[in-house]
Design a protein. Structure first.
Length: 274
């Protein structure tokens, strides 16, 4: 009986013949896994909006406005909001100093619709709409513009996740580039957001004008959890070309107090009590 040649061990099949099948399969598996782990930037931004699930909120806050020489003026106001963030109505009314007491700004923010804003000045006893060309102007001398005061709808921008590993205020962050869908509806060409990974709060922003130059920065600090919602107690906005800045301090906040829809109407600006 003829002896057969010894059979090669099966392990040689995998060691010699299989890499052309096995390695691409492993590479594809890793690629799919990596893709699954890459966060969706729009979903991150959506989570920033949905972090606060309250139906309404009442905030008392302070603007400390600094000119380029460092001189400051303090302005106090109350801010009311009804409806979900990005699809809401907000009402900001100054309470101090006396010369701006009662000045009120109503912002109506609806997804898919251009923001509408109305201004009430007690000395004039009239309500007027804020014109589109005013949206890039400073709001009552602060470093916030009318556009900044309004709450943009999530769908008004496109989002891109950038490669960054910055730590801010003790939190690892995502860096997201936001670009207006309609350039005519924003003073900004793009905005960079740094968002805390663990609690999805905006910690820093860089806002660039249509010419690509840095216009403003925003930095949030002193993060606290109030009534189950995370937020910053201090926000500083700097207007880079002018060398000015505004510090915003949230003095107190109340949620779900049952604010009336009637408060958010231009018809009640002169008479509403809150």
């Amino acid at each position: 009986m003829n002896e057969r040649s010894p059979r090669r061990p099966r392990k040689d099949i995998f060691r010699v013949g299989a890499p052309h099948l096995l390695l691409p399969a492993l590479a594809l598996t890793f690629t799919l896994w990596a893709a699954a782990q890459t966060p969706d930037p729009k979903a991150i931004m959506a989570s920033v909006y949905s972090e606060n699930t309250s139906h309404d909120e009442t905030i008392r806050a302070t603007f400390d406005v600094f000119d380029k020489t460092g001189q400051s003026r303090r302005k106090k106001f109350i801010l009311l909001r009804i409806g979900p963030l990005g699809d809401s109505k907000t009402l900001l009314r100054f309470t101090d100093p006396a010369e701006i007491r009662g000045v009120t700004l109503l912002s109506i923010n609806q997804s898919g619709v251009a923001d509408r804003q109305f201004m009430y000045i007690p000395a004039q006893q009239r309500v007027r709409p804020v014109a589109p060309q005013e949206r890039s102007e400073r709001f009552i001398g602060s470093d916030f513009t009318y556009e900044d005061i309004a709450e943009p709808a999530l769908s008004d921008f496109t989002y891109k996740l950038l490669d960054a590993s910055d730590v801010m205020e003790g939190h690892a962050t995502y860096k997201i580039e936001s670009t207006p869908v309609d350039p005519a509806r924003s003073q900004y060409k793009y905005i960079y957001f740094w968002i805390a990974r663990d609690i999805h709060v905006i910690l820093h922003e860089e806002m660039y004008g249509q010419d690509g130059h840095l216009l403003r920065t925003l930095h949030a600090s002193d993060l606290k959890k109030v009534s189950g919602f995370w937020g910053a107690r201090h926000i500083e906005v700097q207007t880079v070309p002018d060398g000015t800045r505004t510090n915003l301090t949230f003095d107190e906040a109340h949620f779900n107090t049952g604010l009336s829809e009637q408060l958010f109407s231009p018809d009640t600006f002169g008479t509403a009590k809150f």
